[in-house]
Ligand binder design. Structure first.
Ligand code: NOJ
Length: 562
């Protein structure tokens, strides 16, 4: 397996709207990010991934791009961006940008042209189809944000495809001119000095010919068409072409967001010999607590399922390809609320979860606020929510007669705004995020949970992340060691080992709020273990006996010579 800088890195994701507002308009901005670069450098992260900062009407908070080569007014200017980049680089960090090219905004000039007439030169930049004989949508695909994935346009009496909102029309990747436009835009940013890209739903860009109807879902008018657009027939060809024509010459880092990706496919996408992408964001582990009705259909997570799933991914990409490691981002609820305990054991369980993830093989991603143990939020009224996915779902379910309280229950657990409340910097008004009125309300727990307090407290979640990152930087075993799960059936502990050059790391995480006994595996009995990291005070070394006693959410990692 080759050694690469991005395999040895830790990435920090910034969702700019909610990160830090420097000019008091209630919206995070680029100068706000620049102000906080020392904080990120102090944490030790190597790469910053910036969610979209391009000009956008903000139907989906910047994931609907009006101009790929301009900065959103609310976020600042191109000069602000350039200054930010140079400040990132002068601190020895790197910057990757979001690349959102499955779709653009309907306000992009390409789409404005495209919708004008059927023979407009831009018509085939997008996916237009006539309705069925009865005038209904060309197929039954459901939009990821509720309703049909097709929007009728009166001007030319045809429908256009939008897998996301109707203000996010899908680009037509079958058109070679579209592909060249995208590659030249990528090169333009790389020439400006960016170090790579996170590619938004990039495995949706190749659609199955004929756009067939999806298998109908009981009781629903529309159904998921993902079988016909996720990992489609030309996807490997398109990704390879993008690599060759845009990324390769710059050595750009690429991480591809891929709903519905399997480990087998991921191995292909990230196989270095195939030159497609460096790593993918998979979704299987964040779908384990959803029922057959999708993300809002809540069901309890079984630890065994999580272990089985993450292990499957560790093993599938062990010799070929590379994993990304994440437990939350701007689309997922807060990690500590979802997988840990955000009450009594908030700090301890946040550290335990970080241990589980950061000791694995792959490139870890930290989502803003995760490093201080930020939690989910509960707003009383739907009016206080901003996310289009949440609001569309709420409207659709209310129309279908689902009671308000039931919908809110699901929003509290899964809604994307959980992750989008402003970063909590200190105890001043609006958590120090803004002197204006924040675009989304601050989580009221900021007096207790904030970065200033975390930096000042040596036992905070922040300093624990700092140590985890340092351990990765200083120990090749964390980056390149093999992985094996221990005691797969156990419902209390997530335990695994990493092996490298005659040594191992034994990682043991108690996922429960109870005291518990860990049975030491045979290969470790009577061996000496050096403490690598733990979220509790421990002896620095021990000789393994038959068992180890753990307190709730305790995590320990030992280094052992074999
Ligand atoms: C995935 C992004 O992470 C999400 O925030 C966005 O809504 C969709 N792709 C559409 O761009």
């Amino acid at each position: 397996m080759s050694k690469q800088w991005w395999k040895e890195s830790v990435v920090y994701q910034i969702y700019p709207r909610s990160f830090n507002d420097s000019n008091g308009d209630g919206i995070g901005d680029l100068n706000g990010i620049t102000e906080k670069l020392d904080y990120l450098k102090g944490l030790g992260v190597d790469v910053i991934w910036l969610s979209p900062v391009y000009d956008s009407p903000n139907d989906d908070n910047g994931y609907d791009i009006r101009d790929y080569q301009a900065i959103m007014d609310e976020f600042g200017t191109m000069e602000d961006w350039e200054r930010m980049l140079s400040e990132v680089h002068s601190r020895g960090m790197r910057l990757i940008m979001d690349l959102v090219v499955n779709h653009s905004s309907d306000e992009h000039r390409w789409f404005a042209e495209s919708r004008k007439s059927k023979d407009n030169p831009y018509r085939d930049y997008y996916i237009w189809r006539p309705g069925k004989a009865d005038g209904s949508e060309p197929n039954n695909w459901e939009s990821a944000f509720s309703g049909s994935a097709w929007q009728y346009d009166e001007q030319t009496e045809e429908y256009f495809l939008h897998i996301f909102s109707k203000k996010q029309p899908d680009l037509n990747w079958e058109n070679p001119v579209v592909r060249e436009e995208v590659y030249s835009m990528i090169r333009w940013w790389l020439d400006k000095g960016v170090d790579g890209f996170r590619m938004d739903v990039i495995n949706f860009i190749s659609k199955v010919d004929g756009l067939p109807d999806a298998e109908p879902q009981e009781g629903k008018k529309y159904a998921s068409g993902s079988k016909y657009f996720a990992n489609g027939p030309r996807i490997h060809e398109f990704l390879h072409e993008m690599n060759q024509k845009a990324m390769k010459e710059y050595g750009a880092m690429t991480v591809a967001e891929m709903p519905s990706v399997t480990p087998e496919l991921a191995q292909k996408y990230t196989d270095e010999d195939r030159e497609e992408v460096d790593m993918v964001f998979q979704f299987e582990h964040v779908d384990l607590d959803s029922g057959p009705g999708g993300k809002w259909d809540l069901r309890p997570l079984k630890l065994r399922d999580l272990k089985e799933n993450l292990t499957k991914w560790q093993k599938a990409l062990e010799h070929k390809g590379w994993n990304s490691l994440y437990m939350n981002n701007h689309d997922q609820p807060r990690m500590v609320s979802r997988f840990g305990n955000d009450g009594e054991y908030r700090v301890k369980s946040a550290k335990m979860l970080a241990t589980m993830l950061h000791m694995m093989k792959g490139t870890p991603y930290i989502y803003q606020g995760e490093e201080i143990g930020m939690t989910n939020v509960r707003f009383d009224s739907i009016e206080e929510y901003e996310d289009i996915e949440t609001l569309n779902m709420y409207r659709e379910k209310r129309e279908a007669g689902v009671p308000h309280e039931d919908i809110m229950k699901a929003i509290y657990v899964k809604g994307r705004d959980n992750a989008r409340t402003p970063v909590q910097w200190n105890t001043t008004e609006n958590a120090g995020f803004s002197t204006g009125i924040p675009w989304l309300k601050v989580n009221p727990n900021y007096k207790e949970i904030n970065a200033e307090a975390a930096v000042a407290d040596p036992n905070s979640v922040y300093h624990y992340y700092r140590r985890l990152i340092e351990l990765r930087h200083n120990n090749e075993i964390v980056v390149y060691g093999g992985y094996d799960l221990i005691q797969p059936e156990d419902e209390t502990f997530f335990a695994y080992e990493r092996r490298y050059e005659g040594e191992s790391l034994l990682v043991i995480c108690n996922f429960t709020g109870e005291n518990a006994i860990f049975h030491v595996p045979d290969g470790y009995k009577n061996k000496a273990g050096q403490l690598f990291i733990s979220n509790m005070e421990q002896d620095q070394s021990l000789s393994f006996g038959n068992e180890l006693h753990f307190t709730p959410y305790e995590a320990r990692v030992y280094r052992v010579k074999h």
